[in-house]
Design a protein. Structure first.
Length: 304
């Protein structure tokens, strides 16, 4: 992103034949928008009373998909306000934060009755294709259900990263606890790019054993009985028992705590579960430590 030091007559003629270039701007890198821009000489931008001239027009060039009004909503510089070169620093930062542009330049010109500010923008490329590679165990239709990335939308790396995490969460929910999802962007042209999600499924992880440590009052079988997460066995491939799901296991910890509450152990504490994998990373072993505490009974009930 740069605020360029050059005259802009040839850029502004197409926008308005009445514009006359005023200012010169010193270069500034897009990565350092905090540096205050060096604006036009105050005498050049002053009106006949020596006051800063008013901004009478905001002009946008280069934005194909992002509407002018969407950009204006983020700007500090407003039509009708007195021109303030310090506002341009905030404008550059605001446009940059929108995440839709890879280059921004600002130029200033004299217009009838005031100042015109020209924003020269270069949009990030639009997404042409969304490609998935490496999905053998989970169908493409299931993956598409969790994606909110759309073709023809402007490239947004933060959104792509969130969608990669959604795909990983889908795999975890299916029992592929070790699955990883990476992404690549392949620039096709100045205006288009392809997005590729690379999936490494690894082996499906099966919960082979859930062990409790420290439980004296409640047996391990009783505690495992309240859990949705179950240990796998020989018929796991038919019943899906033993499949590890993070959200289900989190609920299991709450159910175990509630089980103790129902039996009067209101100070029960569960330690952080310890998870280990077999050498071939096919089986998971979970150990949960329990501090039961004393049992409480109702001493007296009063009605008034």
């Amino acid at each position: 992103m740069r605020i360029m030091r050059r005259r802009a007559r040839h850029l502004l003629v197409a926008a308005s034949a009445a514009l006359v270039v005023l200012g010169a701007w010193s270069p500034a890198r897009a990565q350092a928008p905090d540096d205050p821009p060096q604006g036009p000489d105050q005498a050049v931008t002053a009106d006949e009373n020596g006051q800063p001239a008013r901004v009478v027009k905001l002009i946008f060039r280069g934005n194909r998909k992002v509407e002018d009004d969407a950009i204006k909503a983020n700007l500090h510089t407003r039509v009708g306000d007195r021109f303030n070169p310090e506002y341009l620093r905030d404008d550059v930062r605001a446009i940059w934060r929108m995440g839709f542009f890879e280059d921004v330049r600002i130029e200033v010109a004299r217009a009838p009755n005031g100042i015109a500010v020209l924003f020269l923008l270069k949009e990030k490329p639009a997404i042409r294709k969304i490609l998935i590679k490496g999905n053998d165990e989970v169908g493409l239709d299931k993956i598409n259900e969790v994606l909110d990335l759309k073709r023809d939308s402007i490239l947004d790396l933060a959104k792509i990263k969130r969608n990669a995490e959604k795909i990983k969460d889908l795999y975890v929910d299916k029992g592929f606890y070790l699955a990883t999802v990476a992404y690549e962007t392949n620039r096709i042209s100045d205006t288009e790019t392809d997005v590729l999600f690379l999936i490494n499924e690894h082996a499906k992880v099966e919960v082979r054993r859930v062990t409790f440590v420290g439980n004296q009052v409640a047996s391990s079988d009783e505690l495992r009985g309240v859990m949705q997460t179950q240990e796998g066995g020989y018929l796991s491939f038919l019943t899906s028992s033993g499949t590890y799901k993070q959200d289900a296991f989190d609920r299991d910890l709450m159910l175990i705590t509630a089980y103790y509450y129902d039996h009067g152990y209101i100070n029960v504490k569960l330690g952080k579960p310890q998870v280990s994998l077999s050498p071939d990373k096919k089986y998971m072993y979970i150990t949960i430590s329990v501090t039961e505490g004393p049992q409480y009974r109702i001493g007296k009930l009063d009605f008034r």
